[in-house]
Ligand binder design. Sequence first.
Ligand SMILES: Nc1ncnc2c1ncn2[C@@H]1O[C@H](COP(=O)(O)OP(=O)(O)OP(=O)(O)O)[C@@H](O)[C@H]1O
Length: 582
Amino acid sequence: MQVRLYNVGGINRELYLSIKKGISIYEAPNAYGKTSLARALISLLTSEITAEDLLNVFSDEGYVEAEIDGKLYYRRFKRIKNRIEEEKKLYMDDKNALLLSYFSPENPLVARILVGDENIEWFISAASKIDEIKKKKENLQYKLGEIKATYDEYQKKYNEAENYMKQLEAINQQLEKLEKDRESIRINTENSIKITKKNRLEDLEKRLEVRQKELREKEAKEKRIEREIEELKKHLNSISKENLLKEIEELNTKLQNLNSKKYNLDVDYRMLGRVLDEIKEADERHLAVCYVCGHEVNPSIWKERLDTIKKELTEVTRQRDEITKEINNIQSTINTITNKLKEIEKYEQQLTNKQKELETYKLEVSEIQKSIETLQRQIRELKEKIEELDTKDLSLSGESELDKRIKELQQQRSNIELELQRIGIPKRIMEELQSFRKNIKDLEDQISTLDREYIRRLTVVKDTFSNLANSLMRDLEFNYTAEIDEKYRIVIKKDNVKMDLKKLSTSEKTAIALVLVLIGLKEYFKSPFFIIDESFMTFDQRRFEKIQKYLSGIVDYTIITKSNDTVQFRNEKLLEPNQIMG
Ligand SMILES: Nc1ncnc2c1ncn2[C@@H]1O[C@H](COP(=O)(O)OP(=O)(O)OP(=O)(O)O)[C@@H](O)[C@H]1O
């Protein structure tokens, strides 16, 4: 076997070893790199020893290579940033290599035997690989535990769901009863509502009829007044009030002039009358002195004067009569016009009154129309409501205590239904539970089968170990026997007296561990080499040679590391000490 190492463990240089079949001894001082070499070789049998364990921490690349029977096995490492990239080809990849190919204080069995742990079930089961059954069983047990936990959860859910279902049933019963109650109340109330509404509709329709009749009458009256107004307007338009007023004004002016003239004539007339009377008197008295100027006059003058005055008086009277006649004519015309004006005013007054009356009617008509619209709208709405009542079951307006309770229960029901949706209905959960039960049963069956198989095989392995251990102990000339009892404890007897493992010496305990490892190696592990760290062993030469001989029959290469002041590697059988190369 050719071995090459570089930057592996504490060996930070290239190391080349040519190892012959049989026994090889590697001697070196402490901390020289013996363990590093052993671990590097073992790492070709198992990936349990990782690249991080192997590559020298100060180096960026390294390798271990071994050519065994013409085939190259290797592990090559390259540090890239914070990780190590590895290329590998292992002779085998079995974690038992650490237990059965390397005997050193690092070996877990050695460590446990040295502290006096008698229970070796784990070792014989790992060595014979029946621990795989145990692991399988443990995996199944773990799975079973998980399923059981889920089963318990589902059981809880089932109980919860059952409880909800009971609540739901109770709520449904209550709801059914309450809804029946409400229905009967609703029907009664609805009927009375319908009757009330129909009565009201009739009443509204009657009121509408009255109002419509009223409207028709008012509209007829309105039309009539409009016609009258038209006529009045026509009549008034035919007369020009302004002309009449103007005419009357002109006549009044004339009348004023005439009256003033007449007044003057009246004054003249009265004055002439008085003069006439005075002249008459003067004539009768034959006055010879003028009573006006005192001058002496002829009394015959009075007669002349009397004629003149009479003539003047007649003229004034004629003029006065003429004017009086004219005045009377004008006055009569004025009276006629005034009468006409009065008549116009009367018509105007009538027109104003009719217009006021029309306004009032129009207002009334518009109010009646509004009230008709309101009534029609009310009737329409009422009819719709009645129709609604006829077509569907209207729920009662306003919320009664009954409604509130129903609502409350419905809310509770929907909450429960939601919860049931979340956790599932009992029937479905029960189906799940049944499937879980089946799974549990299957797993328990598998576990118990594995358990039986494990015990069966463990018993065989235990017997094998017991027998072989005893014969090997005898071969190695130990004066005690080693057996494995039914509880898989190692039982040591000296002269048939049971010895507590703790009481044995370190070399005795180390020997027992070695014997067990050798049996494991021989019976259950096909390793090309076996490495012994001899530094912690205190066997005498004879016994150690026997062990070496025994090993030669099991593995091709036995490599023994020893602490020594000098560095030496030698293949024992060839008896040619090889110098370390590299
Ligand atoms: N991966 C590593 N990187 C760097 N140095 C390491 C590594 N592994 C071990 N060493 C160091 O390398 C040196 C050799 O260690 P190793 O255990 O191989 O020596 P040894 O010869 O078996 O010693 P002993 O006889 O005391 O058991 C030690 O100083 C150790 O601390």
